[in-house]
Ligand binder design. Sequence first.
Ligand code: PLP
Length: 354
Amino acid sequence: MTRPTRFLIHLDRLVRNCAKARQLHGGRILAVIKANAYGHGDVACAQALQSSADGFAVATLDEALHLRQAGLTGPIVLLEGVFAAAEMAEVVAHQLTPVIHHAEQVKGLSGLKSNQKLDVWLKVDTGMHRLGVAPEECGTTFESLRASTYVSSITLMTHFANADGADAQTLIMPMQRFKNATQGLTAPTSLCNSGAILGHSDVRGDWARPGLMLYGIDPGAPDVAPRGGLERVMTLESAISAVRTIAPGESVGYGGVFRAQRTTRVGVVPCGYADGYPRSAVQGTPIAVMGHSAPLIGRVSMDMLMVDLTDLPHVGLGAAVELWGDQVPVEQVAQRAGTVAYELLCNAKRAPRI
Ligand SMILES: *Cc1c(COP(=O)(O)O)cnc(C)c1O
């Protein structure tokens, strides 16, 4: 393997970030490793976290089975539940924990064999209006689950639509709805994603559900250092694979979106949108070359991108490049591409993970 582009995954940092989440939240940690652990590699991350997390959360049955096949034991919560009753047999066989987010799904349990039992999480819609039973349905759904011979335990959960910002007021209404909906029901609870763990210390449950923060990224403001001393788990690195000098007036790359104002030294980096670097990144998006910041120029192509090396005359072929990591926060690349770190991380592909 000679192409220098790769994702370095610092699993030691992942483990420390998980400890940080537990320190901030307390109770048990359900490590969210859906979407291939936000692009970091699901099995490697799950194995690294096995003794520091109390369970894992994924979005699909396939993701859960991938973890079980790799030998991971312990709770695995299916955050979107099952998509069809036919999935229930696998869910039971592999002792997965489905989220029940719709009263219809309770009926799906009655197709199980009489000796089969599973843990479930019951999701209440407190204002996101995506998944979850309505607050006024919560009590009756809870009672029918408790009456079911197939259910061994119930955990009550909700998911916030607005936990990332600095506004302390945003969780007051959803918390009020959750308290009203679950009043008198005796069960463990799970409320907080990364934003709530980092920014709302008054909101806590029995289980935390950190995702992004495990990977060292703060879902809050992209231009400030992450809260909580989080450490970035992923570095996307490469090296300069070609250098040329062009005259003023010449353009670079597809569509000629960059036109040189001066004699310009152009460096080629063999990393493109097929590796997950966003094509939508604007001119001037920062790239670290040998520890110096240099601007992206030209349109990002499938396999390559270009960087302006004019102000770094000592930099040549083979020079170390960081596309994101400790020197170039992935949130800043995301911002220049009109998106969020979540999307860039879970698009990490093609280049090997090390
Ligand atoms: C993805 C997800 C999380 C994790 O969210 P982060 O913002 O990455 O911490 C938690 N809960 C649910 C229901 C999710 O879908």
